[in-house]
Design a protein around this ligand. Sequence first.
Ligand SMILES: Cc1ncc(COP(=O)(O)O)c(C=O)c1O
Length: 492
Amino acid sequence: MTTKTEAVSPEQLEKECPGLKFTDISAAEAAQVKKDEEDLLKVEAKVCSHGDTVHYAERPTFFENCKGSFLYDGEKTPFLDLQMWYSAVNLGYANEKINNALKDQIDKLPQLACQYLHKEKVHLAEKLVNSIKRSFGKEGRIHFNVGGAQAVEDALKLVRKTTGKSRMLAFEGGYHGRTLAASSITSSYRYREAYGEFGDRAEFVPFPYCFRCPYGKKVESCGNYCIEQIERKFDHEYTSWWNPKTKKSEFGAFFIEVVQGTGGYIVPPKGYFEKLAKICRERGIMIVDDEIQMGFYRTGKLWAMEHTGTHADVMVFGKALTNGLNPLSAIWAGEELISPDKFGPGSTHSTFSSNSLGTATGLAVMKAFEEGDYATSVPEKGKYFLNLLKDLQKKHKEIGDVDGLGLALRMEMCEADAYTPSRRLADMMFQKGLDGELSYAGKKMGLILDIGGYYKNVITLAPSLDITYREMDMAHDLLDQLLTLAKKELGM
Ligand SMILES: Cc1ncc(COP(=O)(O)O)c(C=O)c1O
């Protein structure tokens, strides 16, 4: 593996990394920036709730600009972003085409109550419906909302209305958002612990996390044991899931992520979802496919579900639909579920659902996907990036596992035995990356990472889909530096 860090000049790098700009500032300017931020942090500590995720970091970081794959702090230090707002900014920061669509809409129809129609809403719904028809051969409709968890709630309402059931199946490690209903199908107990009883809490089923198989099996020889365990739940009534006489299940739907996102970018073995869908379909349990994080080419296909050889009854998406601009989310459901006689006017509503700025932006995003060749470029780049991670793994035995699908990549940080989860190492890498004291081609840089996984020890990598090969080489070298630095700090 050749990555030629120092051989390249900063000027050359700026040419090969769209959005990268090195700016030197004086020590006095830097000191002023630091002082201003310290003052603002004191205010923030008092007036901002700490209930969001800002204070996951030891010292929250301010950013002032963004472009392409880079964020810039007050000192104009570039940070290579390898998580792109948890995969909301798949087409790069400040993407000109997408931004212009938003700006045009601001001048044209910036506000409109969702009770009235505007053209962009219809065009976007048509594009989404057609893409799903092309991929899965199914007719359906789109129902918009604002945030991911809100769309998940809409999917839950649709399932409840269709089946009359309020209990769902979901995966251990699954993440579907943090509103009350979304928390009830999100496995992490931490998100429910302080909030009373969740009577309709999902039944959580082990996900095929083959690096740490919940059944202690090896993928080469397990013979799909985990799927057999799901099927076994329908053998008789005493497992509590199923009545063989009435042929009825307690559950309305199984909520899935094809590649588990917050759970640590876990890619299941081939054929897994085909088997799962068959088991569910035979028992009248719907499949709800949460594409909020893995949709929009993150895995190399427009919909992650396209990797599975099966389809969903309901799909949920958000995040990258607007490239992180005006938020918009949606569900798609098959006509048999969401036809007007089944899901009539007002079934769900939010003031800002199908907002015109979001739909115009979403339309530009879908056009960008149509014009690009992401089905080719993302798998190619993903393969290259995965090889870089494998190269790092050879050098750093603490990387227990690397894997990925498209540009959804995982790097599992472990102790020296390459297996015991090392949250401390992942945390240290996260913090050192944010400190912005790494160096590349003689210039100061930072690295933006995200941590996921059941043990919070997985670096989940979701770079821009437009990341360049030079930027991937840069990522390799910065990760190498970061690992060396973090291990030294921890005495590993
Ligand atoms: C798979 C998945 N579902 C749902 C959500 C919730 O979306 P939002 O944060 O927009 O409410 C997320 C967010 O990370 C997600 O990754």
